[in-house]
Design a protein around this ligand. Structure first.
Ligand SMILES: [Zn+2]
Length: 459
């Protein structure tokens, strides 16, 4: 522990210029965030002409009829236009908020709010909570009409929207209420640990955040998800038998098998698993069950269990610990840095708690996001490969066509979701956490061919 703290002290020494040098931080944050937005707009402009292609990629030519292809192209075009406009709009708004010192304004307003109830600025945690509420209200209002447009105009036009206006409003209120119920105690506890641990806050806050993540893994599916969707036990039948037998063969600790009414809001579909290491739950979307045959859904689950087998969620949790550590380790340099806080229009610099530093977080987050997408795509390849090779792993010849089944299921999902078929490589590398359908089908064919030739050699 002492080694850690001495290393952290060295880092702080290196970063000490933050406290002393008059750097125009606001300018750099503005320049960086505009840079990101303009780059994203450029990517959309690279991608946009691909929506005018008149036929699907060769590997997919047999699976998409002209009508389905045209529909997916039109959907993609509309989504791209929407993203371009909303991206620039949100950036302009964020930029204006930063320029006019809205963070400092929200902080002062938080102070006035608690003063109204008789608390002074020595109640730093209370003021931080009020600050977070003010900031949330100001920043979420402009996004409501955008989200309503997306649901009721864009998705509606292409036949995906199942949300009613009542559902839209109750969903919004519910998610705010949950955010408030979880977010406020979380923030208060975070700030308390921060204040209590003093200069040695890094390991304490990491332990606190890890505990929070684990608690969320438990309560999200059991408490929060049921507020929005109905999970019901999967009916007896071929799919249930197949799934249970697959789980048993792989020694996957399956506790419950659910069907989720994803179709209540949207026709986009999928499957996922969750739970603690010794007790897992699998959830399949009703839309996936409706659109694919049981043996194809089984292949989708084989892919999902590949994520489990290769411990992808655990690996992601470790990566997120490194991510948190990096941010926390840099943090003290910015904490009591009057120059830095002044750059964001804060007046009472010495009193500003950590919540006020979120303005600069956008920079590391954007870079980390790209790295995470890259990692996630590697995991998808690995899970696809797992599904293909499952027959070998389980010595189950009846599963030798798992790759083909997965391909069929993926194609069906893409047709139903009107997913984009032509994807610009740079656009995909930046935005997509999954490889494109064309890439996946090619890889699945290659895995399958390798398995087949290995099987022939054995004969
Ligand atoms: Zn996956």
């Amino acid at each position: 522990m002492d080694l850690l703290h001495s290393q952290l002290a060295v880092l702080q020494q290196k970063l000490s210029f933050v406290a002393t040098d008059p750097i125009d931080w606001k300018f750099y944050v503005q320049a960086f965030s505009w840079g990101v937005t303009l780059f994203e707009s450029y990517l959309l402009l690279r991608q946009y002409p691909l929506y005018s292609k008149t036929s699907p990629p060769e590997v997919l030519a047999d699976h998409f009829d002209a009508k389905a292809f045209t529909k997916s192209q039109n959907y993609g075009k509309d989504k791209a236009k929407f993203s371009l406009v909303t991206g620039l709009f949100k950036q302009a708004l964020d930029s204006a908020m930063l320029h006019y010192g809205l963070y400092a304004f929200a902080w002062d307003m938080g102070g006035r709010m608690i003063a109204y109830f008789g608390y002074g600025s020595e109640y730093e945690i209370l003021q931080s909570l009020a600050f977070a509420i003010v900031l949330f209200v100001i920043s979420s209002i402009p996004s409501i009409p955008l989200s309503a447009y997306q649901t009721f105009v864009l998705e509606e036009k292409h036949g995906f929207n199942k949300t009613t206006p009542t559902l839209f409003v109750t969903d919004l209120l519910k998610s705010w209420a949950i955010g408030f119920i979880i977010g406020m105690p979380f923030l208060a506890a975070f700030l308390y640990v921060f204040g209590w641990a003093g200069d040695r806050f890094v390991p304490w806050l990491m332990a606190f955040l890890l505990a929070f993540q684990i608690i969320m893994v438990i309560i999200y599916p059991t408490v929060i998800q049921p507020l929005f969707n109905k999970l019901s036990p999967l009916k007896e039948g071929e799919l249930r038998t197949r799934t249970e037998s697959l789980a048993t063969k792989l020694k996957f600790p399956l506790k419950h098998l659910y069907e989720i009414d994803g179709s209540k809001r949207s026709s986009h579909s999928n499957a996922y698993f969750f739970g603690l290491p010794w007790s897992k739950h699998i959830v399949i979307f009703d839309t996936l069950i409706k659109e694919s045959k049981p043996d194809e859904v089984e292949a989708v689950l084989a892919h999902e269990l590949g994520h489990w087998y290769h411990m992808h969620p655990t690996k992601l949790l470790c990566v997120s610990q490194v991510h948190i550590f990096t941010i926390l380790a840099m943090f003290p340099a910015f904490l009591h840095a009057p120059q830095f806080l002044r750059a964001f229009d804060f007046s009472e610099a010495s009193l500003c708690p950590p919540t006020n530093h979120r303005c600069i977080l956008a920079i590391p987050e954007a870079i980390i996001g790209i790295g995470l997408n890259f990692l996630s795509r590697q995991f998808e390849w690995e899970a696809d490969r797992f599904a293909c090779e499952i027959q070998e792993r389980l010595s189950a010849p009846e599963m030798k066509d798992m790759g083909e089944r997965l391909s069929r299921a993926l194609i069906t999902l893409h047709v139903k979701n009107l997913s984009t078929l032509w994807v610009d490589w740079l656009y995909s590398a930046y935005h997509h956490s999954h490889p494109t359908l064309t890439e996946r089908l090619k890889a699945l064919q290659a895995f399958q061919a390798k398995m087949d030739s290995a099987a022939k050699k054995e004969l």
